[in-house]
Design a protein around this ligand. Structure first.
Ligand SMILES: Nc1ncnc2c1ncn2[C@@H]1O[C@H](COP(=O)(O)OP(=O)(O)O)[C@@H](O)[C@H]1O
Ligand SMILES: [Mg+2]
Length: 336
């Protein structure tokens, strides 16, 4: 995004978050953040500290440099929280931005928190009459106290293979495919390392298709892009390495080969899901297309935005350029 944003229109103040949670002034240098599989980029503590406005009366960001000198970064119009996962996509940073009174791109507190949590996303979507995969949610405490009973109950309700996933993680972190019940406990341990609630979900046999949704301008209905498809050629599922490191065994096909009726239904379901969780700005809605119709897997309120990610690919295939997608999102965030 640093590379693609229209510099004739926007002045970018890149703020990084270190592993310890410090907000630092980053270099405006996209090459620093290239996704190199052998050497993933990270935000290092360079000694600067970015401070948010002191009240909602100001939009001024300041930076304290390593020597302690304070400098204004100017008044900020909008924040683009380009973050995945806990604290970034789950309503917490959105809450911070609400408190300091800065407009931001994307979903608000509630939809971010809902979209992040697979248990509650599925609960809300089923309530809205949208098909989701059968699942059971297990807490760390239940698993610790009665793993055998959990397994019996899951085996009675769900057909193998099942997917075991943390309620709140994303990027396929902590997700395992379980083909035999004997593999359940290892998968539970992997998922419980990420969250204290875990979903055991029936594996859906179907094509994995996704589309992007953008909020409508000036109160108009949300818009859905054409569909993209994740084609598994030699990989069990769409895991982290395939998502970010361009690992082999997966082809992203966009636009996906769907009939006009299938595409229309998918777009309408995507907009319904977006509306059901109260989403704003953008989302990517992920589906399985089965012989008996669409099942929604999840909704991502801050979808992957790398050059190999599906959200930009789908909108590019729908007629926008990468800089125009960014421009549209900022325009929507600035609309009152
Ligand atoms: N119920 C399921 N049936 C089939 N494949 C699944 C199922 N759940 C997850 N997967 C596979 O695992 C991947 C990651 O799971 P997902 O629920 O999307 O978690 P994340 O939020 O980490 O992306 C999916 O893209 C898909 O390839
Ligand atoms: Mg996913």
């Amino acid at each position: 995004m640093l590379q693609a944003i229209d510099r004739s229109k926007y002045e970018v103040i890149p703020v990084g978050i270190t592993r310890d949670g410090a907000f630092v002034l980053e270099d405006d240098d996209a090459s620093k953040f290239t996704l190199d599989p052998a050497n993933l980029p990270s935000v290092l503590d360079n000694g600067t500290r970015v401070h948010w406005p002191e009240s909602v009366l100001s939009r001024e960001l300041t930076v304290v440099d390593a020597r302690g000198d304070v400098r204004s970064l100017g008044a900020v119009d909008v924040v683009f929280p380009i973050l995945h996962g806990p604290y970034g996509e789950d309503g917490t940073i959105q809450g911070l931005l609400e408190l300091v009174g800065l407009p931001y791109v994307g979903a608000g507190v509630l939809a971010s928190a809902l979209g992040m949590d697979k248990h509650f996303t599925k609960t809300v979507l089923s309530q809205a009459g949208i098909e989701v995969a059968p699942w059971q949610t297990v807490t760390a405490r239940e698993w610790a106290a009665s793993a055998p009973e959990v397994e019996v109950s899951a085996a009675a309700a769900l057909t193998l293979p099942v997917f075991v996933k943390p309620a709140r993680a994303g990027s396929s972190v902590g997700v395992s495919k379980v083909k035999e019940w004997s593999q359940l406990s290892e998968a539970m341990a992997v998922a419980l390392a990420e969250d204290d609630r875990v979903l055991i979900e029936e594996g859906i046999v179907g094509r994995e298709v996704e589309c992007g949704v953008l909020q409508g301008r000036a109160g108009a209905a949300p818009r859905a892009s054409v569909a993209g498809e994740i084609v598994m050629t030699a990989r069990e599922f769409y895991d982290f390495d395939a998502k970010y490191l361009d690992a082999p065994g997966i082809d992203l096909v966009c636009p996906a080969a769907l009939t006009p009726d299938e595409l229309a239904e998918m777009r309408s379901l995507a907009v319904r899901a977006f509306t059901a969780i109260g989403c704003e700005g953008l989302a990517r809605v992920d589906f399985f297309l089965t012989p008996s119709g669409f099942v929604i897997n999840e909704i991502n309120t801050m979808p992957g935005f790398t050059p190999i990610s599906m959200f930009p690919k789908c909108w590019i295939a729908s007629g926008l350029t990468y800089p125009e997608i960014i421009d549209e999102l900022i325009t929507l965030a600035l609309e009152v």
